[in-house]
Design a protein around this ligand. Structure first.
Ligand code: GDP
Length: 479
């Protein structure tokens, strides 16, 4: 849903990027996922491991002894917030450690990587440099991209049809009542617009608390970023007008705001950030969905398919294609893999693979590679075994966060426990066929305390398969 002017703008900025890229190649890596999927942890862990040359045996440049080092550099675009790496790391390495604040808006960070290429001529050329630009943004914002192709009337019809579904009465009742009681053809009034928008936002929030993810645009209503309280976010879907709509009416006011939201918020995000990525990692809290039951799993599948449909693969205008950037690799990562025993990691990967199957097929068709992995940016658990009823069960060892409750036991944040997390199904299809929920013992754990230190005195952050994820995402650019 781009206009030719957008395409031109994108092509020009990409051309500018390539011009500077002649001096130093720049790989733009997008990191996304729905709220609390693990973006902040993933990026913090990735950056820390690169800066301190952590344990990354699966990352070829390091394993082959070609990685020279990394440093943080100033981000070229001063208008975009910087990813608060230092703050996040400080939280994770505090005593006691705490989980840092999650992603609420877009932010970026530039790492400069120095390495020796493995190519035969590289001996003459000396060490090479790669700028790695990491762009962190809420997955909710991606769900807005389809709005670009919808008029106010079309979007309203979709949104109201959903709100009126029989199962949604609890969540949407107040909003629908507010609509009933409002005369849309009356003169525009800010308080009225705010009242409707507030009722609509409350409905979206409630629906998300009940586990819905997929059908909830506008994304900024849930994660406003810097737009909290801005008039750009005061609109709501309306039923078709009962009579002629005057330009000064409430209906016209909300319609204009919807159009402004698309033009001033959604389109620029797409053009300035999203359309300029080379690689993308989509983080998915698969375990939480599994634990919440079959409805959450199928909702997650719909959300991921919708998110992936937004990636621009192979649809550029013919003339501009040579200047277009394309996402050529997408990594789907099931995060928090440290919540299951390592013997379940392959199963977790298989389940994620099944969840993204539709989305991935489309991406591959358009020429992008995809892969699914189970990872933990930061590993908060160790492993052990317990014997129960004469059976040996694999367990996780960790400290549940204060307030966590399982099987009637509640935890105060200071007790280390051994927990049998349960098994994931061997065949992912079984999740979809008979809709039986997976009974996992799922607790949130505190970040690891008593971190080891490396020779330089830096803390070593334990992870699961972060090295392989990194190798897939950037390894070939450092070949
Ligand atoms: P986002 O930035 O909203 O995508 O999410 P965060 O990165 O802030 O993660 C949300 C929460 O999930 C964190 O506060 C942690 O409690 C948990 N979490 C994220 N990644 C991991 C991980 O690798 N292991 C464990 N055990 N918990 C994680």
């Amino acid at each position: 849903p781009t206009r030719i002017t957008d395409e031109l703008g994108i092509a020009l900025s990409n051309l500018a990027d390539s011009a500077t890229g002649v001096l130093t190649p720049t790989l733009r890596l997008g990191v996304t996922g729905l709220s609390r999927a693990g973006k902040t942890i993933f990026i913090t862990a990735l950056v820390h491991n690169l800066l301190t040359q952590g344990r990354l045996p699966g990352f070829a440049p390091l394993a082959e002894g070609r990685f020279i080092g990394a440093r943080l550099a100033e981000y070229p675009d001063a208008t975009i917030p910087r990813f608060a790496y230092e703050q996040h790391l400080a939280a994770l390495t505090a005593n006691p450690p705490v989980w840092p604040e999650s992603t609420r808006r877009i932010s970026q960070l530039r790492l400069v990587l120095r390495y020796q290429s493995a190519k035969w001529w590289s001996g003459m050329a000396g060490p090479a440099t790669l700028n790695l630009d990491i762009v962190d943004y809420p997955g909710e914002w991606l769900l807005d991209l389809p709005l670009l192709g919808l008029s106010f009337a079309e979007w309203s019809a979709d949104a109201l049809a959903r709100a009126r579904l029989p199962g949604h009465a609890d969540e949407a009742g107040e909003f629908l009542a507010a609509l009933e009681g409002t005369d849309m053809l009356a003169p525009a009034s800010d308080p009225e617009a705010e009242r409707l928008a507030a009722a609509f936002t409350a409905y979206l929030r409630r629906s998300r608390e009940h586990g819905a993810l997929s059908t909830l645009p506008p994304g900024r209503f849930l994660l406003p970023g810097d737009l909290e309280g801005s008039p750009a976010l005061t609109f709501a879907p309306l039923p078709p007008p009962a009579g002629p709509v005057r330009r000064s009416s409430l209906h016209a006011m909300l319609e204009n705001r919807y159009e402004a939201y698309k033009d001033r918020i959604v389109r620029p995000f797409f053009r300035d950030h999203f359309a300029r990525l080379d690689r993308q990692v989509v983080l998915v809290d698969t375990l939480r969905a599994l634990n919440a039951g079959p409805a959450a799993v199928s909702d997650l599948e719909t959300a991921l398919t919708a998110v992936l449909a937004c990636f621009r693969q192979g649809e550029a205008n013919m003339l501009l294609r040579p200047f277009s950037r394309r996402i050529d690799r997408i990594l789907f990562a099931a995060t928090k893999a440290d919540h299951v025993h390592h013997t379940s990691h392959d199963r977790l990967e298989a389940i994620l693979n099944r969840l993204v199957a539709n989305a991935a097929r489309r991406a591959r068709f358009a020429g992008a590679q995809t892969r699914s992995m189970a990872i933990a940016g930061i590993r908060a658990t160790g492993e052990g075994t317990i014997r129960e009823h004469g059976e040996t069960l694999p367990t996780l060892i960790g400290t549940p966060l204060a307030g966590e409750v399982l099987d009637g036991a509640s935890y105060d944040g200071s007790t280390e426990i051994a927990l049998f997390p349960g098994d994931l199904p061997e065949r992912p299809d079984s999740l979809f066929e008979n809709g039986t929920p997976v009974a996992l013992n799922f607790l949130r754990f505190a970040p690891p305390a008593r971190l080891e230190r490396n020779a330089a005195g830096d803390p070593v952050l334990p992870h699961i398969r972060l090295d392989r994820a990194l190798d897939y995402l950037i390894g070939d650019w450092m070949a």
